[in-house]
Design a protein around this ligand. Sequence first.
Ligand SMILES: Cc1cc2nc3c(=O)[nH]c(=O)nc-3n(C[C@H](O)[C@H](O)[C@H](O)COP(=O)(O)O)c2cc1C
Length: 323
Amino acid sequence: MLRIGSLQLDGPLVMAPMAGTTNLPFRIIARKCGASLVMTEMVSAKGLVLRHKKTLDFLSSDPDERPLGVQIFGSDPAVMAEAAAMAEESGADLIDINMGCPVRKVLKTGAGGSLMRDPHLVEKIVSRIRRSCALPLTAKVRTGFSPQEDSFADVLRALEAGGADAVTVHARYVLQGFSGLADWTRIAQAKSTVTMPVIGNGDVTGSIMAADMMNSTGCDGVMIGRAAASNPWVFSALDPFNTSSCDISAAERRRAVIYEHCILLKKYMDSRRVGFFMRGVLLRYTKGLTASTAFRNSISSLKTPEELMEAADRYLSSLKGAN
Ligand SMILES: Cc1cc2nc3c(=O)[nH]c(=O)nc-3n(C[C@H](O)[C@H](O)[C@H](O)COP(=O)(O)O)c2cc1C
Protein backbone atom coordinates (compact mmCIF):
# COMPACT_ATOMS: atom_id res chain seq x y z
CA MET A 1 0.00 0.00 0.00
CA LEU A 2 1.10 3.53 -0.76
CA ARG A 3 2.47 5.40 2.25
CA ILE A 4 3.55 9.05 2.05
CA GLY A 5 5.44 10.04 5.19
CA SER A 6 3.03 9.46 8.06
CA LEU A 7 0.03 9.19 5.73
CA GLN A 8 -1.11 5.64 4.95
CA LEU A 9 -3.36 5.62 1.87
CA ASP A 10 -5.98 2.93 1.28
CA GLY A 11 -5.05 2.33 -2.36
CA PRO A 12 -2.49 3.20 -5.03
CA LEU A 13 -4.68 5.55 -7.13
CA VAL A 14 -4.52 9.26 -6.58
CA MET A 15 -6.62 12.00 -8.16
CA ALA A 16 -4.63 14.64 -10.05
CA PRO A 17 -4.97 18.33 -9.21
CA MET A 18 -6.81 20.07 -12.05
CA ALA A 19 -7.53 23.79 -12.08
CA GLY A 20 -11.24 24.49 -12.57
CA THR A 21 -12.17 20.83 -12.04
CA THR A 22 -10.99 19.47 -8.71
CA ASN A 23 -13.21 21.61 -6.53
CA LEU A 24 -14.73 20.31 -3.31
CA PRO A 25 -17.79 18.57 -4.85
CA PHE A 26 -15.63 16.75 -7.40
CA ARG A 27 -13.12 15.72 -4.76
CA ILE A 28 -15.88 14.18 -2.62
CA ILE A 29 -17.11 12.25 -5.65
CA ALA A 30 -13.59 11.07 -6.59
CA ARG A 31 -12.95 9.89 -3.05
CA LYS A 32 -16.26 8.01 -2.98
CA CYS A 33 -15.36 6.42 -6.30
CA GLY A 34 -12.14 5.05 -4.84
CA ALA A 35 -9.36 7.67 -5.16
CA SER A 36 -7.06 7.15 -2.18
CA LEU A 37 -6.02 10.81 -2.08
CA VAL A 38 -7.57 13.92 -3.59
CA MET A 39 -5.94 17.26 -4.30
CA THR A 40 -7.01 20.87 -4.55
CA GLU A 41 -6.10 22.64 -7.73
CA MET A 42 -2.92 24.73 -7.63
CA VAL A 43 -3.30 27.51 -5.07
CA SER A 44 -1.16 30.65 -5.08
CA ALA A 45 1.09 30.72 -2.01
CA LYS A 46 1.28 34.49 -2.30
CA GLY A 47 -2.52 34.79 -2.50
CA LEU A 48 -2.83 32.75 0.70
CA VAL A 49 -0.23 34.75 2.57
CA LEU A 50 -1.88 38.02 1.46
CA ARG A 51 -5.23 36.57 2.69
CA HIS A 52 -6.99 37.06 -0.66
CA LYS A 53 -10.55 35.89 -0.10
CA LYS A 54 -10.80 33.96 -3.39
CA THR A 55 -7.52 32.16 -2.70
CA LEU A 56 -8.46 31.32 0.89
CA ASP A 57 -11.67 29.75 -0.45
CA PHE A 58 -9.55 27.03 -2.06
CA LEU A 59 -8.76 25.75 1.44
CA SER A 60 -12.41 24.93 2.21
CA SER A 61 -12.75 21.22 2.80
CA ASP A 62 -15.08 18.55 4.10
CA PRO A 63 -14.41 15.40 6.16
CA ASP A 64 -15.92 13.27 3.35
CA GLU A 65 -13.05 14.05 1.01
CA ARG A 66 -10.13 13.34 3.28
CA PRO A 67 -7.28 12.67 3.00
CA LEU A 68 -6.84 15.98 1.20
CA GLY A 69 -3.67 17.33 -0.38
CA VAL A 70 -3.38 21.10 -0.87
CA GLN A 71 -1.21 21.98 -3.85
CA ILE A 72 0.59 25.33 -3.62
CA PHE A 73 2.61 27.22 -6.19
CA GLY A 74 5.21 29.94 -5.82
CA SER A 75 8.94 30.45 -5.85
CA ASP A 76 9.77 32.29 -2.63
CA PRO A 77 10.77 29.76 0.08
CA ALA A 78 9.48 31.92 2.97
CA VAL A 79 6.13 32.58 1.29
CA MET A 80 5.75 28.90 0.35
CA ALA A 81 6.51 27.90 3.96
CA GLU A 82 3.94 30.32 5.37
CA ALA A 83 1.32 29.15 2.87
CA ALA A 84 2.00 25.50 3.77
CA ALA A 85 1.58 26.31 7.46
CA MET A 86 -1.76 28.01 6.68
CA ALA A 87 -2.93 24.95 4.73
CA GLU A 88 -1.93 22.73 7.64
CA GLU A 89 -3.84 24.97 10.02
CA SER A 90 -6.94 24.75 7.80
CA GLY A 91 -6.99 20.93 8.03
CA ALA A 92 -5.00 19.66 5.02
CA ASP A 93 -3.47 16.19 5.30
CA LEU A 94 -0.62 16.76 2.84
CA ILE A 95 1.13 19.62 1.05
CA ASP A 96 2.09 19.29 -2.61
CA ILE A 97 4.36 21.72 -4.46
CA ASN A 98 3.46 22.52 -8.06
CA MET A 99 6.58 22.18 -10.20
CA GLY A 100 4.98 21.44 -13.54
CA CYS A 101 2.57 24.22 -14.51
CA PRO A 102 3.46 25.32 -18.07
CA VAL A 103 1.30 28.47 -18.12
CA ARG A 104 3.40 31.50 -19.13
CA LYS A 105 1.99 33.77 -16.43
CA VAL A 106 3.14 31.28 -13.79
CA LEU A 107 6.51 30.53 -15.44
CA LYS A 108 7.30 34.25 -15.53
CA THR A 109 7.21 34.42 -11.74
CA GLY A 110 9.73 31.57 -11.42
CA ALA A 111 7.02 29.21 -10.10
CA GLY A 112 5.41 26.02 -11.47
CA GLY A 113 7.46 24.44 -14.26
CA SER A 114 10.21 27.05 -13.91
CA LEU A 115 11.37 25.24 -10.78
CA MET A 116 12.45 22.33 -13.02
CA ARG A 117 15.38 24.57 -14.05
CA ASP A 118 16.61 25.30 -10.55
CA PRO A 119 17.43 22.32 -8.30
CA HIS A 120 19.14 24.59 -5.79
CA LEU A 121 15.96 26.67 -5.26
CA VAL A 122 13.89 23.48 -5.10
CA GLU A 123 15.93 22.19 -2.18
CA LYS A 124 15.61 25.54 -0.41
CA ILE A 125 11.82 25.63 -0.84
CA VAL A 126 11.36 22.06 0.35
CA SER A 127 13.60 22.38 3.38
CA ARG A 128 12.00 25.72 4.34
CA ILE A 129 8.50 24.22 4.15
CA ARG A 130 9.75 21.21 6.08
CA ARG A 131 10.72 23.47 8.98
CA SER A 132 7.35 25.25 9.21
CA CYS A 133 4.93 22.41 8.53
CA ALA A 134 4.74 18.88 9.93
CA LEU A 135 2.52 17.42 7.19
CA PRO A 136 3.67 14.89 4.57
CA LEU A 137 5.25 16.88 1.76
CA THR A 138 5.27 15.99 -1.93
CA ALA A 139 6.09 17.68 -5.22
CA LYS A 140 4.55 17.22 -8.64
CA VAL A 141 7.24 17.51 -11.27
CA ARG A 142 7.70 17.18 -15.00
CA THR A 143 10.62 15.31 -16.58
CA GLY A 144 12.61 18.52 -17.06
CA PHE A 145 11.96 21.97 -18.50
CA SER A 146 12.77 20.90 -22.06
CA PRO A 147 15.01 18.31 -23.75
CA GLN A 148 17.68 21.04 -23.88
CA GLU A 149 17.27 21.93 -20.21
CA ASP A 150 16.80 18.61 -18.49
CA SER A 151 17.68 18.76 -14.78
CA PHE A 152 15.22 15.99 -13.91
CA ALA A 153 17.62 13.81 -11.90
CA ASP A 154 19.11 16.81 -10.06
CA VAL A 155 15.66 18.10 -9.17
CA LEU A 156 14.63 14.69 -7.83
CA ARG A 157 17.75 14.52 -5.68
CA ALA A 158 17.14 18.09 -4.47
CA LEU A 159 13.62 17.14 -3.40
CA GLU A 160 14.89 14.20 -1.43
CA ALA A 161 17.74 16.19 0.12
CA GLY A 162 15.26 18.91 1.17
CA GLY A 163 13.09 16.36 2.95
CA ALA A 164 10.20 15.58 0.56
CA ASP A 165 8.22 12.42 1.34
CA ALA A 166 7.20 11.48 -2.23
CA VAL A 167 7.23 12.78 -5.77
CA THR A 168 4.69 12.63 -8.58
CA VAL A 169 6.15 12.55 -12.08
CA HIS A 170 4.02 13.83 -14.96
CA ALA A 171 6.14 12.24 -17.65
CA ARG A 172 6.38 15.18 -20.06
CA TYR A 173 8.69 18.17 -20.29
CA VAL A 174 7.24 21.50 -19.14
CA LEU A 175 7.50 22.97 -22.63
CA GLN A 176 5.54 20.01 -24.04
CA GLY A 177 2.39 21.13 -22.25
CA PHE A 178 0.07 18.20 -22.96
CA SER A 179 1.38 17.36 -26.42
CA GLY A 180 2.89 14.05 -27.42
CA LEU A 181 2.79 10.94 -25.30
CA ALA A 182 3.94 10.74 -21.70
CA ASP A 183 7.33 9.00 -21.55
CA TRP A 184 6.91 6.42 -18.81
CA THR A 185 10.58 5.41 -18.96
CA ARG A 186 11.28 8.64 -17.06
CA ILE A 187 9.06 7.38 -14.22
CA ALA A 188 11.29 4.30 -14.04
CA GLN A 189 14.28 6.65 -14.04
CA ALA A 190 12.82 8.48 -11.02
CA LYS A 191 12.43 5.14 -9.21
CA SER A 192 16.10 4.40 -9.70
CA THR A 193 17.19 7.93 -8.70
CA VAL A 194 15.44 8.38 -5.34
CA THR A 195 14.29 6.13 -2.51
CA MET A 196 11.09 8.02 -1.63
CA PRO A 197 7.82 6.74 -3.18
CA VAL A 198 7.24 7.72 -6.82
CA ILE A 199 3.74 8.26 -8.18
CA GLY A 200 3.52 7.96 -11.95
CA ASN A 201 1.30 10.25 -14.02
CA GLY A 202 0.47 10.74 -17.67
CA ASP A 203 -2.10 9.37 -20.10
CA VAL A 204 -3.59 6.65 -17.86
CA THR A 205 -7.20 6.00 -18.85
CA GLY A 206 -8.09 2.71 -17.20
CA SER A 207 -7.27 -0.22 -14.97
CA ILE A 208 -5.11 -2.13 -17.40
CA MET A 209 -3.05 0.96 -18.13
CA ALA A 210 -2.57 1.78 -14.45
CA ALA A 211 -1.38 -1.75 -13.72
CA ASP A 212 0.84 -1.51 -16.79
CA MET A 213 2.42 1.70 -15.53
CA MET A 214 3.10 0.17 -12.12
CA ASN A 215 4.56 -3.01 -13.63
CA SER A 216 6.68 -1.37 -16.29
CA THR A 217 8.08 1.48 -14.18
CA GLY A 218 8.04 0.08 -10.63
CA CYS A 219 6.18 3.19 -9.43
CA ASP A 220 4.39 3.03 -6.09
CA GLY A 221 1.16 4.72 -7.12
CA VAL A 222 -0.61 6.18 -10.14
CA MET A 223 -2.16 9.62 -10.47
CA ILE A 224 -5.08 10.03 -12.87
CA GLY A 225 -6.30 13.37 -14.21
CA ARG A 226 -8.22 13.89 -17.41
CA ALA A 227 -9.74 10.40 -17.54
CA ALA A 228 -11.14 10.87 -14.03
CA ALA A 229 -12.69 14.23 -14.88
CA SER A 230 -15.23 12.56 -17.15
CA ASN A 231 -15.18 9.20 -15.43
CA PRO A 232 -14.45 9.24 -11.69
CA TRP A 233 -15.40 5.53 -11.64
CA VAL A 234 -11.97 4.96 -13.13
CA PHE A 235 -10.73 4.77 -9.54
CA SER A 236 -13.14 2.08 -8.38
CA ALA A 237 -12.75 0.01 -11.51
CA LEU A 238 -9.02 0.06 -10.93
CA ASP A 239 -9.11 -0.89 -7.30
CA PRO A 240 -9.41 -4.66 -6.99
CA PHE A 241 -10.25 -4.30 -3.30
CA ASN A 242 -13.20 -2.00 -3.82
CA THR A 243 -16.21 -4.18 -4.49
CA SER A 244 -18.77 -2.10 -2.63
CA SER A 245 -20.73 -1.07 -5.71
CA CYS A 246 -20.42 -4.20 -7.82
CA ASP A 247 -24.00 -5.20 -7.14
CA ILE A 248 -25.59 -2.38 -9.11
CA SER A 249 -25.35 -1.79 -12.82
CA ALA A 250 -22.98 0.68 -14.41
CA ALA A 251 -25.94 2.79 -15.61
CA GLU A 252 -27.39 2.99 -12.10
CA ARG A 253 -24.04 3.93 -10.66
CA ARG A 254 -23.58 6.63 -13.27
CA ARG A 255 -27.01 8.10 -12.56
CA ALA A 256 -26.39 8.05 -8.80
CA VAL A 257 -23.04 9.81 -9.11
CA ILE A 258 -24.36 12.47 -11.51
CA TYR A 259 -27.22 13.32 -9.15
CA GLU A 260 -24.94 13.36 -6.15
CA HIS A 261 -22.43 15.60 -7.90
CA CYS A 262 -25.15 18.11 -8.84
CA ILE A 263 -26.46 18.14 -5.27
CA LEU A 264 -22.95 18.72 -3.91
CA LEU A 265 -22.49 21.61 -6.35
CA LYS A 266 -25.67 23.21 -5.02
CA LYS A 267 -24.49 22.69 -1.47
CA TYR A 268 -20.93 23.98 -1.78
CA MET A 269 -20.57 26.34 -4.74
CA ASP A 270 -21.40 30.02 -4.98
CA SER A 271 -25.07 30.06 -6.01
CA ARG A 272 -24.30 32.36 -8.98
CA ARG A 273 -21.94 29.79 -10.48
CA VAL A 274 -23.75 26.51 -9.74
CA GLY A 275 -25.40 26.44 -13.19
CA PHE A 276 -22.06 26.95 -14.93
CA PHE A 277 -20.39 24.12 -13.01
CA MET A 278 -23.39 21.83 -13.36
CA ARG A 279 -23.45 22.18 -17.13
CA GLY A 280 -19.74 21.33 -17.23
CA VAL A 281 -20.25 18.26 -15.09
CA LEU A 282 -23.20 17.04 -17.18
CA LEU A 283 -21.25 17.55 -20.41
CA ARG A 284 -18.27 15.60 -19.08
CA TYR A 285 -20.22 12.73 -17.58
CA THR A 286 -22.50 12.10 -20.54
CA LYS A 287 -19.80 12.01 -23.21
CA GLY A 288 -20.31 8.91 -25.33
CA LEU A 289 -23.63 7.80 -23.78
CA THR A 290 -26.63 6.82 -25.92
CA ALA A 291 -28.25 9.84 -27.63
CA SER A 292 -26.00 12.13 -25.63
CA THR A 293 -25.32 14.57 -28.48
CA ALA A 294 -28.93 15.75 -28.50
CA PHE A 295 -28.95 16.00 -24.72
CA ARG A 296 -25.65 17.88 -24.65
CA ASN A 297 -26.89 20.35 -27.29
CA SER A 298 -30.15 20.82 -25.43
CA ILE A 299 -28.50 21.96 -22.20
CA SER A 300 -26.28 24.57 -23.80
CA SER A 301 -28.95 27.26 -23.38
CA LEU A 302 -30.08 26.23 -19.89
CA LYS A 303 -28.86 28.35 -17.04
CA THR A 304 -30.44 27.53 -13.71
CA PRO A 305 -29.57 24.44 -11.66
CA GLU A 306 -33.28 23.52 -11.60
CA GLU A 307 -33.57 23.56 -15.42
CA LEU A 308 -30.37 21.58 -15.76
CA MET A 309 -31.38 18.99 -13.14
CA GLU A 310 -34.77 18.56 -14.81
CA ALA A 311 -33.19 18.02 -18.23
CA ALA A 312 -30.66 15.60 -16.72
CA ASP A 313 -33.47 13.74 -14.99
CA ARG A 314 -35.40 13.32 -18.24
CA TYR A 315 -32.33 12.21 -20.16
CA LEU A 316 -31.04 9.82 -17.52
CA SER A 317 -34.49 8.24 -17.08
CA SER A 318 -34.65 7.67 -20.82
CA LEU A 319 -31.46 5.61 -20.51
CA LYS A 320 -32.97 2.94 -18.27
CA GLY A 321 -31.32 -0.32 -19.15
CA ALA A 322 -28.92 1.31 -21.62
CA ASN A 323 -25.20 1.99 -21.23
C1 LIG B 1 -7.71 21.27 -17.01
C2 LIG B 1 -6.44 20.83 -16.33
C3 LIG B 1 -6.01 21.52 -15.21
C4 LIG B 1 -4.83 21.13 -14.56
N1 LIG B 1 -4.45 21.79 -13.44
C5 LIG B 1 -3.36 21.36 -12.75
C6 LIG B 1 -3.01 21.95 -11.49
O1 LIG B 1 -3.69 22.83 -10.96
N2 LIG B 1 -1.89 21.47 -10.87
C7 LIG B 1 -1.11 20.46 -11.41
O2 LIG B 1 -0.11 20.07 -10.81
N3 LIG B 1 -1.45 19.89 -12.58
C8 LIG B 1 -2.55 20.29 -13.23
N4 LIG B 1 -2.91 19.65 -14.38
C9 LIG B 1 -2.13 18.49 -14.85
C10 LIG B 1 -2.72 17.19 -14.29
O3 LIG B 1 -2.64 17.16 -12.89
C11 LIG B 1 -1.97 15.96 -14.85
O4 LIG B 1 -0.62 16.03 -14.48
C12 LIG B 1 -2.07 15.87 -16.37
O5 LIG B 1 -3.39 16.09 -16.80
C13 LIG B 1 -1.55 14.51 -16.88
O6 LIG B 1 -2.29 13.47 -16.31
P1 LIG B 1 -3.49 12.73 -17.14
O7 LIG B 1 -2.91 12.24 -18.41
O8 LIG B 1 -3.94 11.62 -16.22
O9 LIG B 1 -4.55 13.75 -17.38
C14 LIG B 1 -4.06 20.04 -15.05
C15 LIG B 1 -4.53 19.35 -16.18
C16 LIG B 1 -5.69 19.72 -16.81
C17 LIG B 1 -6.17 18.94 -18.01
